[in-house]
Design a protein around this ligand. Structure first.
Ligand code: C2E
Ligand code: CA
Ligand code: CA
Length: 706
C-alpha cells in the first residue's frame, strides 16, 4: 500500500489503522501521534508526543496545535498542514522538518494522514531515520515477553538478533547487549564484559539531554525514542537513533528497558556536510554570517545564564577596494584568505572567527578572564594585519580598523553588541584607520549629536539660521579699513550660536558645504551691491572657501554666476583658500585658480604657516594675498628664530608681489611687530572682533597703530 511504503521504515503498520486506535493504543506507540481537526485543533495526543513536546495531553486537548508550538519556524509547518487539510487528493504527506531545540536542532520526520469520511488528520512525528520497535498491538506486553525470553536465555537472544539491541533489567541492575551493539560501540564481541548500559557511551555533550528524555519518559510511563551521539571504546563518535520500550510495574516504576540502537552516522555526516556548506564562507573557510549569528545568539544565552562576559571584535580591512580595482579579484581574494588565516591564527581555537561579508570580519571571544586578554588579542590582531601582504610578488601595505564591544557592558543583545562594535570600528576609521577602538558610550553620544546636526544643517539654510559676521582688515600704514572678512554663524533654534569650527567640518563631510558656500558668496555679493547702492565707497569683502568647495568642478561657475547677478566689480571679492589646497592635484588647482583670476576675483592663502607649502611652490599660483596664521603671529614675539623666518617670508612674498596680512593680532605689541616686519595689512581682535555688519559700520573706532 502506498502510504505504508512511504513511511515504512518508521511505521511498521498501516497508518490508516491509526484512525481506529483507542487512546490507550495510541500511547503505546513511541512515535509522536497527534490528531487534529482541519483547523488544527487538537483531538488526540499520545504520550510520546507529550514527551517530545514536554507538554501534557490535558493542556493540549481542544487547543490549536500551532498556537502551542513554541518554535519560531512553526509557520512553515502550519502552512504545510493548512495546504494538506484543504486538499483532498492525497491521503498522506511526508516531509522532514527541522525543529530548533535548546541544545541544537533536530530533524523530525513528519507524516500527515487522512481518511475519507473522517474529519481528523493524524500527524505522526519521529526523529529522522529512527527505526521503531512497535506495532499496533500492546507493545508493553510484547516487550515483557521478550524480556522474559532474554532473562531466561540471554545468550540465545544475543545471537538471535542481527540488530544492535539491549535489555536493561532495572530491578537487578543487569544489562544484556546483542553482539551488534557491542560492535557498534567498538567493543570486542568475543570478550564481552559487564557494562553499565549504553549511557556509559553517551557523548558528554548529549548526556544531559538524554537523561532528561529518559527521565520524562519514565515519569510518563511511556516508551521513548531520540537521537544521540555515542563515543565508542575506540573514541569514535557515532550518531545513533534510539528506540526503547519500557516495562512498568503497577506503581508505575520502570522495571525493564528493551531498546534498539540504529547507526545513522553516515546520514548525519551528510547532514553535517550540508550544514558546513551552508554555514561556511566558501572563500576563506571561516564561519559565515549565518553561522556567526547563530553561535553568537547561543553563546549569549549561555553567557547570560552563568553571568560571564563576551567580547566582540569587528575587523575591517583598510583600503581593500583599491587592491581589488588595481590587481583584480583574484588578488583581492588572496588578500582576504591571507587576512582570514592571520585572524584565525591570532585567537584560540575556541574563539569564533567569521567573515561577515566583503572585507569585514568578526571575532567572538568567549570565556576570557579579564579585559586585558581582549586587549592582548586585539593588539595581536592589529600587529598581524600590519605585516605586508604579498600580491603578485609585491609587498602591499594593508592595515585593518578594529572595533570592540563587550557583553554585557556595551549591549544586551546581539544586534546592540554588533552595533556597538561597528560604531567603534567606524571610530577607528575616522581616527585615521589602522587602530583598535573600544566602544565608548560618550563618543557614540557625541556622534549621535553630530548626526543630528548633520540632519539639521540641511534645513538650516532654508530656515534662515545662518548669519554672516564681518571682521575688519586694516592698512598698517594708514589704519584705514581696507577690507572685511566674512565669518559664518549658525543661530541654532535650540542650541544657540554654533561656531563654524563645529559645523563647517560636518557640512564638508555631508556635502551641505556646497549650498552653504554658495549662500555665503551670494550674501557677500549682495552686501557689496547694497553698499554701492547706498552710495558708500565699497571695501573688498573676503570670503572663506572650503577646500571641498574649491575642488568642486562647479565652484568657478558659481562664483562667475553670482558676480554676474549682483553686478559688482569682481576685484571686490577676495576668496580665502587654506594653505593645504596646494597639496591637491596640481594641474586641477592651477586651472581652477587661473579661471578665477580670469573672472577677476582676488585670491588669498589662509592660515599660511600651518601647512607645509613653501613660498617657492606658491610662485606657481596666481595669488594676491597670504594670511599669516594666528599661531605664527603669536610665536614671533616669543621665539627669535620665528622672527627671522617671518622676515624672510615677507621679503620673498614681496618679490612675488604677494601682499601679506597678519591675522589674529590681539595686542599693540603684536601689531607693531608685524608692521615692522613689513606686513601691509593687519587683522585681529585688537582692531575689531567679528560683528554683524551694521555694528561694524556704525561703531567702528580704529585703534591707533604706532
Ligand atoms: P579663519 O578663516 O582662520 O578665521 C579666523 C578665525 O579666528 C575666526 O574664528 C575669528 O573669529 C578668529 N579671530 C579673529 N581675530 C582673532 C584674534 O585676534 N584672536 C583670536 N583668538 N581669534 C581671532 P571663527 O569665526 O570662529 O571661524 C573659525 C573658522 O571657521 C575660520 O577660520 C574659517 O576657517 C571657518 N569659517 C568661518 N566662516 C566660514 C565660511 O563662511 N565658509 C567656510 N568655508 N569656512 C568658514
Ligand atoms: Ca579666513
Ligand atoms: Ca585664518
Amino acid at each position: 500500500m502506498a502510504i505504508r511504503a512511504a513511511f515504512e521504515h518508521i511505521v511498521p503498520f498501516d497508518p490508516i489503522s491509526i484512525f481506529s486506535a483507542s487512546p490507550g493504543e495510541l500511547d503505546e506507540i513511541p512515535l509522536g501521534v497527534i490528531a487534529l481537526d482541519r483547523l488544527g485543533f487538537v483531538k488526540a495526543y499520545n504520550q510520546a508526543e507529550a514527551q517530545h513536546a514536554r507538554r501534557s495531553p490535558q493542556t493540549s486537548l481542544g487547543r490549536n496545535f500551532f498556537d502551542l508550538a513554541p518554535c519560531a519556524c512553526v509557520e512553515a509547518y502550519e502552512g504545510r498542514f493548512r495546504r494538506f487539510a484543504l486538499g483532498t487528493t492525497t491521503e498522506s504527506e511526508r516531509f522532514r522538518f527541522t525543529y530548533p531545540f535548546r541544545w541544537g536542532s533536530r530533524d523530525v520526520d513528519i507524516m500527515f494522514v487522512r481518511r475519507e469520511g473522517d474529519d481528523r488528520i493524524f500527524i505522526m512525528t519521529q526523529s529522522a531515520g529512527l527505526a521503531v520497535l512497535v506495532s499496533m498491538t500492546s507493545e508493553a506486553e510484547r516487550a515483557a515477553e521478550r524480556v522474559r525470553l532474554i532473562e531466561t536465555r540471554p545468550a540465545l537472544v544475543r545471537r538471535l538478533s542481527p540488530e544492535a539491541i539491549w535489555f536493561d533489567d532495572l530491578i537487578l541492575g543487569e544489562t544484556r547487549w546483542s553482539d551488534a551493539l557491542y560492535a557498534m560501540c567498538d567493543l570486542d564481541v568475543g570478550t564481552h564484559r559487564q557494562i553499565g548500559g549504553l549511557s556509559a557511551f553517551t557523548h558528554p555533550e548529549d548526556r544531559a539531554a538524554v537523561e532528561e528524555f529518559v527521565a520524562s519518559a519514565f515519569a510518563a510511563r511511556s516508551a521513548y525514542g531520540f537521537e544521540q551521539r555515542i563515543v565508542t571504546a575506540r573514541g569514535r563518535v557515532r550518531y545513533v537513533q534510539i528506540g526503547a520500550s519500557v516495562s512498568y510495574d503497577d506503581d508505575g516504576r520502570p522495571t525493564a528497558v528493551y531498546g534498539r540502537a540504529a547507526d545513522v552516522t553516515t546520514h548525519r555526516r551528510e547532514d553535517e556536510a550540508l550544514w558546513e556548506l551552508a554555514n561556511t564562507d566558501r572563500l576563506t573557510n571561516l564561519a559565515n554570517r549565518l553561522r556567526f549569528e547563530t553561535c553568537f545568539e547561543r553563546e549569549l544565552d549561555n553567557t547570560t545564564n552563568i553571568g560571564k562576559t563576551l567580547g566582540l571584535i569587528m575587523v575591517d580591512l583598510d583600503r581593500f577596494k583599491p587592491i581589488n580595482d588595481t590587481f583584480g579579484h583574484k588578488a583581492g581574494d588572496d588578500v582576504l584568505c591571507e587576512a582570514a588565516g592571520r585572524l584565525a591564527a591570532s585567537v584560540r581555537p575556541s574563539d569564533l572567527v567569521a567573515r561577515l561579508g566583503g572585507d569585514e570580519f568578526a571575532i567572538l571571544l568567549r570565556d576570557f578572564p579579564s579585559e586585558d586578554v581582549v586587549d592582548t588579542v586585539c593588539q595581536r590582531l592589529h600587529r598581524e594585519m600590519q605585516k605586508p601582504f604579498v600580491v603578485e610578488g609585491q609587498d602591499l601595505e594593508m592595515t585593518a580598523s578594529i572595533g570592540v564591544s563587550l557583553y554585557p557592558r556595551d549591549g544586551a543583545d546581539r544586534s546592540a553588541l554588533l552595533h556597538s562594535a561597528d560604531t567603534a570600528m567606524y571610530e577607528s576609521k575616522r581616527a585615521g584607520r589602522n587602530r583598535v577602538t573600544y566602544f565608548d558610550v560618550d563618543v557614540a553620544k557625541r556622534r549621535g549629536e553630530t548626526a543630528r546636526l548633520e540632519f539639521e544643517l540641511a534645513h538650516a539654510i532654508e530656515q534662515g539660521e545662518f548669519e554672516l559676521h564681518y571682521q575688519i582688515i586694516i592698512d598698517a600704514q594708514s589704519q584705514a579699513i581696507v577690507g572685511a572678512e566674512s565669518l559664518c554663524r549658525w543661530n541654532h533654534p535650540t542650541r544657540g550660536r554654533i561656531p563654524p569650527d563645529e559645523f563647517i567640518p560636518i557640512a564638508e563631510a555631508n556635502g551641505t558645504i556646497f549650498a552653504l558656500g554658495a549662500w555665503v558668496i551670494g550674501r557677500v555679493c549682495e552686501r557689496i551691491r547694497a553698499t554701492i547702492d547706498a552710495g558708500i565707497a565699497p571695501i573688498p569683502l573676503w570670503v572663506n572657501v572650503s577646500l571641498v568647495q574649491f575642488r568642486s568642478p562647479l565652484f568657478v561657475d558659481t562664483v562667475r554666476e553670482t558676480l554676474r547677478r549682483s553686478m559688482i566689480p569682481p576685484e571686490l571679492l577676495v576668496l580665502e583658500i587654506t594653505e593645504s589646497f596646494a597639496s591637491a592635484d596640481f594641474g586641477e588647482t592651477v586651472r581652477a585658480l587661473a579661471a578665477l583670476k580670469a573672472i577677476g576675483v582676488n585670491i588669498a592663502i589662509d592660515d599660511f604657516g600651518t601647512g607645509y607649502s613653501s613660498l617657492a611652490y606658491l610662485k606657481n599660483f596666481p595669488i594676491d594675498y597670504i594670511k599669516l596664521d594666528r599661531s605664527f603671529v603669536e610665536d614671533i614675539l616669543v621665539t627669535p628664530i620665528d622672527r627671522v623666518i617671518a622676515e624672510a617670508v615677507v621679503k620673498i612674498a614681496r618679490e612675488l608681489e604677494i601682499d601679506i596680512v597678519a591675522e589674529g593680532i590681539e595686542t599693540l605689541e603684536q601689531a607693531t611687530c608685524m608692521k615692522a616686519l613689513g606686513c601691509r595689512r593687519l587683522q585681529g581682535y585688537f582692531f575689531g572682533r567679528p560683528a554683524p555688519i551694521e555694528a561694524f559700520f556704525d561703531d567702528m573706532t580704529l585703534r591707533p597703530v604706532v
